[in-house]
Design a protein. Sequence first.
Length: 395
Amino acid sequence: MSLKVYKSEKLNDFSPSIQNLDLSNNEIIVLPGFCDVHVHFREPGFSYKETIKSGCMAAAHGGYTAVCTMPNLNPVPDNPENLKQQLSIIERDASINVYPYAAITVNQQGEKLSDMEDMADCVIAFSDDGRGVQSEEMMLEAMTRAHALGKIIVAHCEDNSLLHGGYIHDGDYAKAHGHKGICSESEWGPIKRDVRLSAKTNCPYHVCHISCKESVDIIRKAKAAGVNVSCETAPHYLILTDNDLKEDGRFKMNPPLRSEADKVALIEGILDGTIDMISTDHAPHSAEEKSKGLKDSAFGIVGIESSFSLLYTYLVKTGIISLEKLIELMVINPRKRFNIALNDDYCLWDLDAKYIINPDDFLSKGKATPFEGKEVYGKCLMTVCNGKTVYMDRK
């Protein structure tokens, strides 16, 4: 038996107690509970896609003990009454720590600000994720109010005027296969605007799921200038490109898979600290919604159950980053930025275990992943949240 407990000076008071574990053969490592600040658990409103209960089960299967849920729900949490519906479900069904976002604007329509003051104490931050705030004046007012409340503005950056009906990256694959493309400027244009507004208002600003090289460069320069900005990317943008696309809805997400040059820039951003964290943008849909090919399938893939294994296999085992760096990206930085405590939360991993990603093994209701059939290393054996076992590999 070889049992190691991951330790780091950056992890304060992390001392899980490990008792009565039957461990043998392969190396087992105890890691702190992961934190994902960008998930879609779909409840209330879309429980056929996912629920708080199933989403938490999936998260625990992936080693996560804290998640932040996006507000594209029905009803949208844009006022205390709507938010209360979600909070009640979380209180009843959550097996891990779930921190909801409230919407920036009413019904995420971008026309009127939500009841920010009345919800601030009950939410982790404000976001219209799934939709970009199109108006500069609206974003300026949102940042001004969020700053006064001590909250972060978390932005899905997308300029609708530049989409032109696109649904994958405006790159080689789109041109070769006759698909409509989404240009990178639709992402980096709003980021450029928002970092300027963040500097003006002193509002802390976080950018969701960056996917292109220009976004990395803008955020790098903003940080160097002292702007209070952070950002995330997702595993699929660090591992795949538009050259990996297939005519299958499980390859469709927003923002889309970009070019090899974009992937390289994202990895450089990871290495130099421009990119603060890796989130999954776990976005489950029904099988029917994902069965309509690249053009007509719903945007979004699942990823919370395979994220660590993928990142460990493709980034750590290949020597691109260290395990220490991966823990910073998945645990330390997101918890620090969003002030999420690490209590008696940890997960056990067999880093030598090799397996094929099979969506049938997922606990999420969503099964669409571009990594189906990929061989990866690292299997979660157990996850403990607040001292309670929330996942155990029964095999």
